[in-house]
Write a protein that binds this ligand. Structure first.
Ligand code: GDP
Length: 168
């Protein structure tokens, strides 16, 4: 997962509805049918460059958001060592930069279809498809009877100090 492609910005936009990746966000929620899916998001903050740390991020994860650069290596890593049936979503981020597009939509779609992944062109700068990316992930996550919700629509919230879990 190359740095600078916009992973932090995607997570930030999903949680905060804005383009300002200064704080590391952790929770976003998607209402899907009768279930409320809480996304506990681990932003690797560049540590993915150290391969040995990668399992720390994907173990126990139901889904991963990855970008096209170095993608095939990461898909292989997830398929071999990640949780079974992990949902893979590929964000074609910075789609606002039309003139400097590096991966053609057709190539991205062909590849994602071949691995049964989700593909969505996104832009955190122009607020394009970020919620849709997570809604699509939500659709693919197997149903559980847990977390039934009476709420409607789509709700996002940022972790507060009260909801924050201590890690030690
Ligand atoms: P990360 O290293 O993959 O987490 O990338 P960041 O989220 O830190 O973003 C890297 C740079 O790309 C920052 O300067 C962002 O402002 C910029 N950026 C992120 N998303 C977009 C986008 O959709 N469009 C454009 N034009 N720039 C973006």
């Amino acid at each position: 997962m190359d740095t600078g492609v916009g992973k932090s910005s995607i997570v930030w936009w999903f949680v905060e509805d804005s383009f300002d990746p200064n704080i590391n966000p952790t929770i976003g929620t998607v209402q899907h049918q009768n279930e409320l899916h809480n996304f506990l998001i681990w932003d690797t903050a560049g540590q993915e460059r150290c391969r040995a740390l990668a399992p720390m991020y994907y173990h126990g994860s139901a889904a991963a958001v990855i970008t096209f650069s170095t993608l095939k290596d990461w898909v292989k890593e997830l398929q071999q060592h990640g949780p079974p049936n992990s949902v893979v979503a590929i964000a074609g981020n910075k789609c606002d930069l039309i003139d400097t597009r590096e991966v053609m939509e057709r190539d991205a779609k062909d590849y994602t279809d071949s691995i049964h992944a989700i593909f969505v062109d996104t832009s955190t700068k122009k607020a394009i498809n970020i919620n849709e990316l997570f809604i699509e992930i939500s659709r693919r996550i197997p149903s559980t009877d847990a977390n039934p919700s009476s709420g409607k629509g789509f709700k996002l919230r940022r972790e507060t100090s009260e909801t924050k879990q201590s890690c030690c």
